[in-house]
Design a protein around this ligand. Structure first.
Ligand code: UDP
Ligand code: MG
Length: 321
């Protein structure tokens, strides 16, 4: 059984073409499948389109959120509700092409646990989207040690085991192959098609890159969740301590040997103060973010609120966790 999962936020005009493209792509595959469409609090009539379509095909399962929670939360809801052994997320605006699904499946069949799409001819704004994402991809590759060309591509294929116990936050759906690889999963990459958007608008701009990079650092820190943060904070603390002591000694030296007294002039004070405060705030941010995540994990709380769902049969679905 395959579970195809797509988040939708104000994608009214894409619902039907998406459904048709998925059906067309999977009819030849000869495996049972479900298409889970998660309506992430749309306000444009996406819900009505979904309800009308779902009434005609029980393989189309719908989850309606109470409000907009973001693409990752929507994807998580789809994952939580999926009953397939293979999970395939893709964007709901047809920028990803469902026709690539059979090729992804073939790769899994070769023995991989994760197949990650690579938008080799990405059809988004060059300067605003493609360039920043190239830089981000390079950084992610360097920092994670898991080398892919295009982490941000939504179209991927997972064996279910890989996602067991994984909770996704922020921009983290792109890091699943990294997590999986760290856990020993066999991860590979496959060039996939990418189309310009035909209906509706992109929900993202340049601001996304900052979120992605913060999440990357967090993922790195949380790699060994229970022990690492203390080392990270400890190292940063020692570093700033050393900086403080050295700059103090330097100022003393200048005073003793050169007769220069700027120990109490505003500039060095300001720079030391600013450096320390900056570090404190960055680290506080991480700490707070981790706390939030620990809170969700400990409570087993989903990171989204469901209003209703259509065509789910098993009790407890959707949102089993
Ligand atoms: N999306 C969502 N919730 C949001 C923003 C986006 O479910 O808050 C969905 C959106 O409907 C689309 C996918 O996530 O199916 C990718 O979004 P978009 O096409 O805007 O991103 P881009 O392709 O420009 O990176
Ligand atoms: Mg898109």
């Amino acid at each position: 059984m395959l579970s195809i999962i797509s988040p939708l936020y104000n994608e009214r005009d894409n619902v039907r073409p998406l459904y048709q493209a998925v059906v067309a792509a999977l009819d030849g595959v000869g495996r049972p499948y479900e298409l889970i469409l998660v309506n992430d609090g749309s306000t444009d009539g996406t819900a009505d389109e979904l309800a009308a379509l779902a009434a005609t095909d029980p393989r189309l399962k719908v989850i309606n959120f109470r409000r907009n929670h973001g693409q990752t939360a929507a994807m998580m809801a789809g994952i939580d509700a999926a009953s397939g052994e293979i999970l395939i997320p893709l964007d709901g605006d047809l920028q990803n092409d469902p026709a690539d699904i059979p090729a992804l499946l073939a790769k899994l069949e070769e023995g991989y646990d994760v197949v990650s799409g690579w938008r080799f001819n990405r059809q988004d704004a060059a300067l605003r989207r493609n360039l920043p994402s190239r830089i981000a991809n390079w950084l992610i590759s360097r920092i994670s040690g898991v080398h892919l060309h295009d982490y941000g591509c939504s179209l991927k294929a997972y064996r279910r085991e890989v996602l067991e116990g994984v909770r996704l936050y922020g921009e983290m759906h792109r890091f699943v192959p990294i997590y999986a690889s760290w856990q020993g999963a066999r991860v590979t990459e496959l060039p996939v098609r990418h189309h310009p958007r035909r209906f509706g608008q992109s929900k993202y701009g340049l601001e996304r890159i900052g979120k992605v990079l913060l999440d990357l650092m967090l993922v790195k820190f949380m790699g060994d969740f229970t022990t690492k943060p203390i080392y990270v904070f400890g190292a940063a603390g020692l570093f700033s301590l050393a900086l403080g002591v050295l700059s103090f000694l330097y100022a003393c030296g200048l005073k003793l040997f050169e007769g220069v007294s700027f120990i109490l002039t505003p500039l060095p004070l300001l720079s030391v103060f600013a450096t320390l405060m900056g570090m404190m705030f960055v680290l506080l941010g991480f700490l707070a973010e981790m706390l939030v995540r620990v809170y969700y994990e400990a409570q087993g709380k989903p990171t989204y609120l469901i209003r209703d769902s259509i065509n789910f049969d098993r009790p407890g679905q959707p949102g089993r966790s």
